[in-house]
Every structure is written in structure tokens, then in C-alpha cells.
Design a protein around this ligand. Structure first.
Ligand code: ADP
Length: 673
């Protein structure tokens, strides 16, 4: 009993001593001012201070909250924490690692900050372990826990997103390169290595331009300019030619952006690289192909212009002289020969005009007018022109118009006329007996617009359904023998189709072999009024004005000089001839002329140059009229720019020549409005 009492006494004394020691230590540790203590306790992180025997000296409410401890922080002072790690390990995602780590920290007594700990419930804590030494003696330690779950989750999300994009970029074979302000490579991804043919080690620290650019290459300049731009914080994308490790030339598309340090100073740039060699080769080939195609088209245009010029010049002589010949007395046989010559030349002219028209359409140079016109009189004019041809073949010609047709529509009467004439002449050509019908009816009408259907129908040989699909292709004819029999170039339908399309209309062909063909054009026109109609210049032509007038014909082709000279001679004009521009200039310096007819293409000095010289050195006033076999668009503008007054295309008919000459000679007689 005595022994027991003795033992209890000792125990009590030991306990008292321990408590006193703890109190002393608390006192030591809490030597800090009350203000500091309050500061620790009110921290928004979980703080717990233990002595060297792991008795709690101080703990704050936040600590209890974090770990779900129901006790009050004040009651917890003095608690022994030696086996709390073991007791609370179920709270942690990796309990064994947690307890092991606590043991290590306590044994090593070294400061460890911001250690990441994952809890079983998914939260993530950051932990600081601060050993406390007073005068070199270990006095305990401080735990500081904070909940970083939210920050951690967004970090993880960010990482996942980064990972996703990194994988996308990797799969897209995009090369990434980071360089500093001096252009030294700091980072290159695997795709960049594959693209450039270098290993990462061969790239890091090197200057990118030295590796990939030819020294004399302009592209190196581009890269250096881009470096300067990046330094100013600018970014863009550009294409450069580079040299692969193997020496092979490649094309890269580089999109670069500056990179900044934490305080916003530019420290280099990052570039996304894409190998576009294949696309670039394709582009280069395409550009070359387009250049060749354009050159071919230009060559074709020049060829057509030349060919048309070469054919029109003699044709002018044939038509002009044929016309003069028909004014002389001829016996019936001579007259029939002359008719044949005239018809053949007319046909030839149609063919040349077709070819020129088609090439104009193909070159996108066919202009569509928007002027007022009278549809009914246009149809009647066509009837006048072609019904005679139909009747002379024994065919009936019927014109059906619609009462509700607006008196004035806005459109291109010349192209409508051309399209209908093409269809009608085919119908007459391919029909041996029966009827040719030209019809026009209003399909739809509003206050401002009318939609018309123009029909050309025949009872001719018809078209094979197999051929119908390609009827609008150029130079297509159903069969060669028939084509030879009926004549034609296979361009008429192609031109018609293009003209209708240019007028934003449609054309459809229905045909039965042996029964006939029906072509239907649908077009829409705005409704106009009388004021939209072009003013017709009604001239009171006074042929006598020509008598005694001095006209200079400048023309290198002798036959054409004869044609113009013969026509003018009939009206008692004093004709002088010059065979080129130089002769014309010389003559004009010594003689006075009332008017000049000027050919365009001539040896020594051509018509345009001669006109410019005449205008600047000899006369500003004498009328100069171009006579040209070049019917291509733009020719007229060139003449006017050079200082000419008017323009006549060859082959011309007598009345056209006289009309233009009189317009410029007879100033006293202005057009009657
Ligand atoms: P061309 O009449 O000068 O040969 P087109 O382009 O006008 O050229 O016509 C092409 C072809 O379409 C003609 O050669 C002919 O075979 C066929 N064709 C056109 N219109 C008719 C028609 N009304 N009747 C029969 N065949 C036609």
C-alpha cells in the first residue's frame, strides 16, 4: 500500500512536472505576443503547433474545420498527437504514404513547404511543416494546412486541356519552335524535328535562320523582319522557302507570336510551322498553267483578230466591187454569177462574225446592252428579213405575237435579234416542207417586269435525242454528211445559248426525228416607256455635198483603195490616195483635204500613229475616219483616243460609208430630232 502510494505520488509529481514543462514550453512558444497568437489563430489556414513530444500547444478553428474535428481548439491544447497519424490515416487518399511521410518529417525536422496531400474525399491540401528550434534546441513544430482543391482542380483541367491541344497539334503534324530574342532555339517539338530533318539536340541553342535559310536568300530577310515585329509584340503568318536537313528545298507556313516574361517584357517568340510544300508546288504549277492558258487565250485572240483582218480585207473588195459591178449593165448569166459571188461573200462574213462573236463571249468581252426596244417591231423586222428565205423554199412562215406585250422593254435588242435569227435560219435550213413558226408570248407579267417565251418551231428533219445533249457545244453538228449538205460551222447554237445565258435567260430544245424541232427561249425584261427608246438620228442626206470634196484615202491594200475610190468617184469626190501613214502625213503637209479615210494596219506608219502626228502637227479639225478590218472590241476606243472622229468596219456597205462621211462633212446639216 505504501509502495503504491509512493508510486502514485511519484506519478503525480511527474505529471505535474510534465504539465509545468508543457506550460513553460507553451509559455516559450507563446512568448509571442497576444497579437501574434491572435494572428495565428485567425489565419484562414489550418494551423497546429505541437511540442517536441507531440502535445498540442496551439490549434485554430480552421484546422478543426478542415479535418472535421468536433472539439474546440482550446480543449485540444495538451492533446497527445503521437498516434493521430495512424488514427486519421483513413482520411487520406494514400494512407500508408501519409503516415510514412509524417514519420519522416518528424525524424528529419527540416522545413518542408507546400507539400500536396490528397484526401480520400477528393479534396487536396497544401501542407507546411515548420520545425521550431529555440536556442538551437528542437521545441516542437508547426503544421499549416490549406485547402487548395479549387486551384488544383482548375490546374488539372488546364493541364488536361493543354494535353488535349498538345495531342491535337502533335497529330496535326504541326511543328512548334520557341526562340529567344536573338533567334536561338529553346524548344522544338517532335513534329518540328520530323519536318526539318534535325534531332532536338542539333536544334537547341542554334539560330533557326542559319540552319534553314540559304545565305543569299530573300526569305532570310523575311524571317529577320518577323523577329523585329515580334520584339514589338506583333504577330502574323507568312510563307517561306527553307532548306531541309537533307538539302531539299521546302515551303513552310509559319505563324508566329511573341512570348513575354512574368512582367510583360518580350523574351522571344513561338512559331507554329506547317509544311506546305505540296500545296505550294500545286500552286506554282497552277499559276504556270494559268499563265500558259492566258497566253494561249491571248494568242488565240490575236490569231482570230489577224485572221478576221486578213479575211475581211479581201472580202471588203469582193463585196464592194460586186456592188459596184451590179450597178453596171450585165447579161443574165453574168448577173447570176455576180449573185452567187455576193451570196458566198455574205455567208463568209456570217461565219467570220460567228467565230469572232464566240471568241468574244469566251473571253468575257461580249457586252449586253440595257436599252429600250419594241419587241413587236423587232419580231416584224425579223419576219421581213427571213420570211422571204422561207417562202423561197416553199415553206409557210407564221409570226405569232401577244397582244399583252409591253410596247417598250429594257434589254439588248441586238442580241435577242441575233439569237432568234440563229434559231430561225437553222429551222429554215433544216426544213424541206411545212411551216416555220416564230412566236412570242407573255409568260408572266407584273407592273415592272415581263417574262417572255420566244418560240421557233419547224417541221424539218428533227434532231436525234442522243445529239440533243451536246447541241449547245461549240462546233457540234449532228452528222458530218448533213452538215456538208446544209452548210454551217456548228457555232450558231453555242452562240445562241451563250447569248441567252448572258441575258440571264434559259433555252430549251424539243425535237422528234423526222417531225420537227421546237426551240423555246425564256427571258425576263423590265418594262420601259417611250423615253427609254434610243433617239433615231434621221438625217436629210444631201449627196450633193460630196461633189468636189477632197478626200484622202489612206490604205495599203490596192483593192480596197479601188473600192472606196470607185464609190466616192461616183459622187464626184476628188479622191487622193496614200499607201501608208507616212505618205498621208507628207500629202497633208502640202495639200488641203476635207476628210481622211484612214486604214489602221499599214506598213511604215500605221493609222493610229499617223493620226496622232496629224493631230499634233498638221490639223486638229480635219475629220479622220478609221477604216478597219479589226472588228475586235476595244479597237474603236483606240481610234477615238488617237484623235479620230469615227469608225467604219470592213467590209462596209456603200450606204454606211456615205452616211459616216456625210455626218462629218456636212456640218450645216445637223440630225433632225
Ligand atoms: P450549224 O447550223 O452552223 O451547223 P448550229 O450550232 O446552229 O450550227 O447547229 C448545230 C447542229 O444542230 C446543226 O448542225 C444540226 O445538226 C442541229 N440543228 C440545229 N437546229 C436544228 C433544227 N432546227 N433542225 C434540225 N437540226 C438542227
Amino acid at each position: 500500500m505504501k509502495e503504491e502510494l509512493e508510486y502514485l505520488k511519484k506519478e503525480l509529481a511527474r505529471e505535474r512536472a510534465a504539465r509545468m514543462e508543457a506550460e513553460r514550453q507553451v509559455h516559450d512558444l507563446t512568448m509571442m505576443s497576444d497579437r501574434q497568437k491572435t494572428f495565428l489563430l485567425s489565419l484562414q489556414t489550418g494551423v497546429m503547433v505541437e511540442d517536441e513530444n507531440r502535445h498540442i500547444l496551439l490549434v485554430n478553428q480552421h484546422f478543426c474545420n478542415l479535418f472535421g474535428i468536433p472539439a474546440s481548439p482550446f480543449d485540444m491544447v495538451g492533446w497527445d498527437c503521437s498516434d493521430t497519424a495512424e488514427q486519421s490515416k483513413h482520411l487520406f487518399a494514400e494512407p500508408e504514404i501519409f503516415t510514412g511521410r509524417i514519420t519522416t518529417l518528424l525524424a528529419e525536422r527540416r522545413l518542408v513547404l507546400q507539400e500536396e496531400i490528397w484526401l480520400a474525399d477528393g479534396r487536396c491540401f497544401s501542407r507546411d511543416y515548420v520545425p521550431v528550434f529555440i536556442e538551437g534546441r528542437y521545441k516542437g513544430h508547426l503544421w499549416n494546412y490549406s485547402d487548395i482543391t479549387r486551384q488544383k482542380t482548375s490546374e488539372i483541367k488546364l493541364k488536361r486541356r493543354e494535353e488535349k491541344y498538345r495531342r491535337i497539334i502533335e497529330n496535326m503534324n504541326i511543328g512548334l519552335l520557341e526562340v529567344d530574342l536573338q533567334g536561338h532555339i529553346h524548344y522544338a517539338n517532335q513534329s518540328f524535328c520530323t519536318m526539318s530533318g534535325y534531332l532536338v539536340d542539333e536544334l537547341i541553342g542554334k539560330v533557326a535562320e542559319d540552319l534553314f535559310m540559304e545565305h543569299s536568300n530573300d526569305d532570310k530577310k523575311i524571317i529577320l523582319e518577323r523577329h523585329e515585329m515580334r520584339k514589338k509584340g506583333l504577330y502574323d503568318a507568312y510563307e517561306v522557302r527553307i532548306r531541309h536537313h537533307s538539302g531539299e528545298p521546302k515551303w513552310w507556313l509559319i505563324s508566329g507570336a511573341p512570348i513575354y516574361d512574368d512582367i510583360g517584357n518580350p523574351i522571344g517568340s513561338i512559331g507554329i510551322h506547317l509544311d506546305i510544300t505540296m500545296q505550294k508546288d500545286l500552286e506554282i504549277n497552277l499559276t504556270q498553267a494559268r499563265k500558259i492558258a492566258e497566253e494561249t487565250a491571248r494568242a488565240k485572240e490575236v490569231f482570230l483578230a489577224n485572221m478576221s483582218h486578213e479575211i475581211r480585207t479581201p472580202l471588203n473588195a469582193i463585196l464592194g466591187l460586186g456592188n459596184q459591178l451590179s450597178k453596171t449593165s450585165l447579161d443574165p448569166i453574168q448577173e447570176s454569177f455576180l449573185n452567187a459571188i455576193n451570196t458566198s461573200s455574205d455567208n463568209l462574213l456570217v461565219i467570220i462574225n460567228d467565230i469572232l462573236d464566240y471568241s468574244k463571249i469566251e473571253a468575257g468581252k461580249m457586252r449586253i446592252e440595257h436599252i429600250g426596244f419594241e419587241m413587236t417591231s423587232l419580231l416584224r423586222q425579223i419576219e421581213l428579213t427571213l420570211s422571204q428565205n422561207a417562202r423561197s423554199k416553199g415553206l409557210e412562215f407564221i409570226l405569232e405575237t401577244d397582244e399583252s406585250l409591253a410596247p417598250v422593254l429594257i434589254g439588248d435588242p441586238y442580241r435577242i435579234n441575233q439569237a432568234i435569227l440563229n434559231l430561225l435560219s437553222n429551222s429554215i435550213k433544216f426544213t424541206e416542207k411545212g411551216t416555220i413558226l416564230l412566236g412570242c408570248r407573255v409568260k408572266d407579267t407584273s407592273e415592272t417586269e415581263q417574262q417572255l417565251t420566244i418560240t421557233v418551231e419547224d417541221t424539218g428533219i428533227g434532231i436525234d435525242p442522243k445529239f440533243l445533249g451536246s447541241i449547245f457545244q461549240k462546233f457540234s453538228q449532228e452528222n458530218v454528211n448533213a452538215a456538208r449538205k446544209y452548210g454551217g460551222t456548228g457555232l450558231g447554237m453555242a452562240i445562241t445559248y451563250q447569248l441567252v445565258s448572258l441575258m440571264k435567260g434559259t433555252i430549251e430544245i424539243e425535237s422528234q426525228k423526222g417531225e420537227g424541232t421546237k426551240a423555246e427561249i425564256t427571258l425576263r425584261f423590265p418594262i420601259g416607256n417611250k423615253r427609254d427608246l434610243p433617239v433615231k438620228e434621221e438625217r436629210h442626206v444631201n449627196i450633193d455635198v460630196l461633189r468636189g470634196k477632197r478626200i484622202l484615202i489612206v490604205e495599203d491594200n490596192q483593192l480596197n483603195r479601188v473600192v472606196a475610190g470607185t464609190i466616192l468617184g461616183t459622187y464626184k469626190v476628188e479622191v487622193t490616195e496614200a499607201v501608208n501613214g507616212q505618205e498621208a502625213i507628207d500629202l497633208m503637209k502640202t495639200h488641203d483635204f476635207d476628210l481622211v479615210l484612214m486604214d489602221m494596219q499599214m506598213p511604215v506608219i500605221d493609222g493610229l500613229t499617223a493620226t496622232k502626228i496629224i493631230r499634233s502637227e498638221i490639223s486638229r479639225d480635219v475629220p479622220i475616219i478609221a477604216l478597219t478590218a479589226n472588228a475586235l472590241q476595244g479597237e474603236q476606243d483606240k481610234c477615238m483616243e488617237a484623235g479620230m472622229d469615227d469608225f467604219i468596219t470592213k467590209p462596209f456597205i456603200e450606204s454606211r460609208l456615205l452616211e459616216v462621211i456625210l455626218k462629218h462633212l456636212d456640218h450645216s446639216e445637223r440630225p433632225a430630232m
